[in-house]
Design a protein around this ligand. Structure first.
Ligand code: FAD
Ligand code: AMP
Length: 478
């Protein structure tokens, strides 16, 4: 007999699994289909984020940072750490355990919330029927009142550097190196390229990042991007801007990369090359030809602001639709859609999705950049505060970077918070909370912040917007 559900979700990444749990919590009979197999051949939940994305990359970033600090930065605290060494397989093993723990945790949550897991490949047929092909090839068709497509994304390949997951790898391969490459090339100075480049640079690799664009981190505020370029270069990353890869050749376990820049044809040879040139939506074999779901010109499933597709009762969320390819964006879309299916009037504020790059120092922002606002003709007041003037940052020997608060010159409403520095992601979240409630710079300035904290840098930057910072000389006078 055909199984019938109120909601069937295809894909158990941070979009799909969160949507499924929320739908079940709202009393809807829910199933989630997932096909990803771990190294043991078992279905693993959590999608890109938990298996080969956010979590494993942060595990390696944290491990490599501890090594880097122990090796190069303990002496300043009077701590002698001689003979510090790195056991790469142990580091990779720790990462694998964290992934296992978390993906297992999602399975437990499914059971606790009564979500039915259907293992296999899901395909949307006409009439909101979904075909599930199990790993052994057997198929069943389930019926759904509502379907949520959450099939995510995968790395973009470029013909000049075909991935072999040995010498030329994508982000997934770069999480599995068993030793530190002497020379590492990274194509793409986006979030993923910079994070993975940082991991291996901290462990001793000589890292060159090759980026086609002339501008570094074009989505970030210019002042923050400039500071980031300076800091990462100081840490040893060689960042070649305006450099487009045109070809590569693998020979004797090394790869020679050809690229062109302002000086003409260039060539560099590496032991490993990470291709990190972006991600694209996964829609292959997802939709039957008569499913009725439209895609946009770039292959993303076409949705409106509430994630509804062209078929009533069929929704799409996360990396497979327009917008930032971020786990928290996927999850919040999942919650919104589940709530809308349950009859609530949920909305999502797309203007306040924080962005984070987990380098050290972290780079994070929410809202608009100064150049964006100026481009829109909005008059702004800007307050900045450097971590070099923060007592807490000094205590931690982590004084690089700054907080920048941008407010509307007429209303004082905060329009952007941009941070490069220690715990930037956490600090920006405070800005996001304030902005969600329409905070002014004055409001932030009037709040009591614990001393000594890194958060005081946000407080001082907010005060500086109107010339009232206490612990630095104010550029703007009251
Ligand atoms: P996914 O996580 O891609 O999940 C989709 C799931 O659907 C997969 O498990 C897939 O197997 C399954 N699936 C696809 N098609 C089918 C089908 N037909 N049938 C059954 N199952 C199917 N984001 C952040 O916010 N913070 C970070 O720090 C961060 N770091 C990252 C680091 C790296 C190295 C990478 C690669 C990504 C990172 N991201 C980060 C991005 C983040 O991983 C994605 O934005 C997020 O995973 C998107 O969630 P999703 O649910 O839309 O898709
Ligand atoms: P993101 O989309 O943020 O992950 O970043 C990917 C980066 O890769 C972008 O900044 C692109 O400009 C860059 N990129 C794409 N193709 C190439 C190429 N052939 N050579 C160098 N950089 C590239």
């Amino acid at each position: 007999m055909t199984q019938k559900f109120d909601v069937v979700v295809i894909g158990a990444g941070p979009g799909g699994y969160v949507a499924a749990i929320k739908a079940a919590q709202l009393g809807l009979k829910t199933a989630c289909i997932e096909k990803y197999q771990d190294k043991e051949g078992k279905i693993a939940l959590g999608g890109t984020c938990l298996n080969v994305g956010c979590i494993p990359s942060k595990a390696l970033l944290d491990s490599s940072w501890k090594y880097y600090e122990a090796k190069d930065h303990f002496a300043i605290h009077g701590i002698e750490a001689k003979g510090v060494s790195i056991d790469v397989p142990a580091m990779i093993g720790r990462k694998a355990n964290i992934v296992k723990n978390l993906t297992g945790g999602v399975s437990t949550l499914f059971k606790a919330n009564g979500v039915t897991l259907l293992e296999g490949h899901g395909k949307l047929l006409a009439g909101k029927k979904v075909e599930v092909t199990a790993l052994d090839g057997t198929t069943q068709v389930v019926e759904a009142a509502n379907v949520i497509l959450a099939s995510g994304s995968k790395p973009v390949d470029i013909p000049p550097a075909p991935v072999d997951q040995d010498v030329i790898v994508d982000s997934t391969g770069a999480l599995e190196f068993q030793s530190v490459p002497k020379k590492l090339g990274v194509i793409g100075a986006g979030v993923i390229g910079l994070e993975l480049g940082s991991v291996w640079a901290r462990l001793g690799a000589e890292v060159t990042v090759i980026e086609a664009l002339e501008k570094f981190l074009p989505a970030a505020d210019d002042q923050i991007a400039k500071e980031a370029m300076k800091t990462l270069t100081k840490q040893g990353l060689k960042i070649r801007l305006g450099a487009r890869v045109t070809g590569s050749e693998v020979k004797k376990k090394q790869v020679t990369v050809n690229f062109t820049d302002a000086d003409g044809e260039q060539q560099l040879t590496f032991d490993k090359l990470i291709v990190a040139v972006g991600r694209r939506p996964v829609t292959s074999e997802l939709l039957a030809s008569d499913s009725g779901v439209d895609m946009d010109e770039r292959g993303f499933i076409f949705v409106d602001d509430q994630c509804a597709t062209s078929v009533p009762g069929v929704y799409a969320i996360g990396d497979v639709v327009r917008g930032a390819m971020l786990a928290h964006k996927a999850s919040e879309e999942g919650v919104m859609v589940a709530e809308r299916i349950a009859g609530h009037k949920a909305q999502m504020n797309y203007d306040l999705i924080p962005s984070v790059i987990y380098t050290h120092p972290e780079i994070a922002w929410v809202g608009k950049t100064e150049q964006q606002l100026k481009g829109e003709g909005v008059e702004v007041n800007v307050g900045t505060f450097p971590f070099a003037a923060s007592g807490r940052a000094m205590a931690a020997n982590d004084t690089g970077g700054l907080v920048k608060v941008i407010a509307d010159a007429k209303t004082d409403r905060v329009l952007g918070v941009h941070v490069i520095g220690p715990s930037a992601a956490e600090l920006v979240q405070q800005g996001a909370i304030g902005m969600e409630f329409g905070t002014s710079a004055e409001d932030l300035g009037m709040m009591v912040f614990s001393h000594p904290t890194l958060s005081e840098a946000l407080h001082e930057a907010a005060l500086a917007v109107n010339g009232g910072a206490i612990h630095i000389a104010n550029r703007k006078k009251r």
